[in-house]
Design a protein around this ligand. Structure first.
Ligand code: ZN
Length: 137
């Protein structure tokens, strides 16, 4: 019983951490190919330049609260963003939820491995799609 509680508490901590990491990787894959800084300017709408406030930066929750649109200009935000954030959170938290407290190192290693694999895979797919679009194929 205590193990189940421990596993759930750990997963409840890792879920938002994974979503925040997913949100960061989203920024990395958006800015690095454009040669932009990861730190400056702070998170903003690509359409109107509106600088996102703290309550607009909460992974998944902000997307749902804003109904998937920029608060300033109403431009839709891609559905993939919250999905990738949620999947990132689940990837990090799920192994811990199953066996974290009994086997913490394998659970955390698997979670980190899943998270990194998902983002490397997504980055490769995105780079190929971008390269194909440039060639006009
Ligand atoms: Zn906007």
């Amino acid at each position: 019983m205590l193990d189940i509680l421990c596993n759930l508490l750990g997963a409840a901590f890792l879920l938002p951490l994974g979503m925040a990491l997913g949100s960061f990787f989203e920024v990395v894959l958006d800015r690095v190919p454009r040669g932009e800084s990861l730190l400056w300017p702070p998170s903003h709408c690509r359409t109107c330049g509106h600088r996102l406030t703290a309550d607009e930066l909460i992974p998944v929750v902000s997307y749902l609260a804003q109904r998937g649109r920029c608060r300033a200009c109403d431009t839709p935000i891609g559905r993939g963003v919250p999905i990738r954030e949620a999947v990132s959170g689940l990837a990090l938290a799920a192994p811990w939820a199953v066996t974290g407290c009994a086997d913490p190192v394998p659970a955390l290693s698997l979670g980190i491995g899943l998270l990194v694999a998902i983002w490397i895979g997504y980055g490769v797919i995105r780079a190929r799609a971008s390269s194909t679009a440039r060639k006009g194929n």
